[in-house]
Design a binder for this molecule. Structure first.
Ligand SMILES: *[C@@H]1O[C@H](CO)[C@@H](O)[C@H](O)[C@H]1NC(C)=O
Ligand SMILES: *[C@@H]1O[C@H](CO)[C@@H](O)[C@H](O)[C@H]1NC(C)=O
Length: 291
């Protein structure tokens, strides 16, 4: 079975077996689905390639990307962030199309000084337009252990999850004129120097005497609809034999909705929707994505 594409049979089992979001198939080695894209000498493979450590020092960070591009899916990664003094250090897990007016769905972890909390920033770019940052604190220490970060992407909604709890929803609002991602995207991960923006708005830089910084990644099988020949999404990406396209994934269910509201109320500390300086009028998608 091709572990970088769908897992149809498994998907069918899941639909009947599991209520919320879904555990994934057994681990596969990094090389099955991913390549290192930069900073080769700052990448270390552990546990027969089932875990990858990216390092950053003053010379370089590192990054990796999926071999294939995808047009829908349930994307997931287990990540443990750099510990101690990580101000200015940015760890990412995201989807991105390769084009001028690109689509992109981001998890960006903004490091912080020792003892201060790490912020998780998410963003959604459609057709080259971003400026949709949301920021949330986490209810655990993301440097202490691995946690699961997930992005559901189907024709109806994009949902960002932390340990299966929805923290952000971006619905298909094309009805009201909001563009929705439709370009094939690659899965990427990286560790890099965000001194000029990530911590205290760029006031707090990377402390290089605390280097090297290490981020760990696991969970390299991919539950997503691959595009082998073309960059354009086609109907196959939306086929309902991919479990993440089925009706129960078109909206959050009642419990997920409650969890989502709770997380927003308790942990979210920045929402572009409420930033009147940047967005004097509330962007049209905000009302329906918030509920
Ligand atoms: C968004 O939803 C519309 C129906 O409202 C559908 O026709 C369209 O294919 C969807 N767009 C994408 C990019 O999935
Ligand atoms: C930088 O890191 C070193 C080593 O971890 C630490 O001793 C020092 O206090 C840090 N400097 C600042 C400005 O936080």
């Amino acid at each position: 079975m091709d572990s970088c594409s769908l897992i149809k049979l498994f998907g069918v089992l899941l639909v009947y077996g599991v209520v919320n979001v879904v555990p994934t198939l057994g681990d596969v080695p990094f090389d099955d689905c991913y390549d290192v894209t930069w900073g080769n000498d700052h990448v270390m493979f552990l546990n027969q390639g089932r875990e990858v450590q990216l390092s950053m020092d003053i010379h370089s960070g590192a990054g990796f990307g999926s071999k294939l591009r995808y047009g829908s899916g349930f994307f997931h990664m287990r990540i443990k962030l750099p510990n101690k003094d990580s101000a200015g250090v940015v760890t990412t897990f995201y989807l991105q199309s390769k084009s001028n007016n690109h689509d992109e769905l981001d998890f960006e972890f903004l490091g912080n000084k020792e003892g201060k909390p790490i912020t998780l920033q998410t963003n959604v770019f459609v057709n080259g337009q971003g400026n949709r940052e949301q920021r949330t604190l986490l209810w655990f220490d993301p440097t202490a252990d691995f946690h699961t970060y997930e992005i559901l992407w189907n024709q109806y909604q994009i949902v960002f999850y932390v340990d299966n709890i929805p923290i952000r929803v971006f619905k298909n609002n094309t009805k009201i004129g909001v563009m929705y991602p439709k370009q094939a995207m690659q899965i990427e991960g990286s560790l890099w120097d965000g001194s000029d923006w990530a911590t205290d708005g760029g006031q707090t830089k990377v402390n290089w005497s605390a280097a090297p910084f290490h981020a760990h990644f696991q969970d390299f099988n991919v539950d997503a609809g691959p595009l082998k020949t073309s960059n354009n999404i086609n109907e196959n990406c939306y086929a309902s034999d991919y479990w993440w396209n089925q009706k129960k994934y078109w909206t959050l269910d009642h419990n997920q909705q409650k969890e989502y509201e709770k997380v927003r109320a308790k942990y979210m500390n920045y929402d572009y929707c409420d930033d009147r300086e940047r967005h004097p009028t509330t962007p049209p998608e905000c009302a329906s994505n918030r509920i």
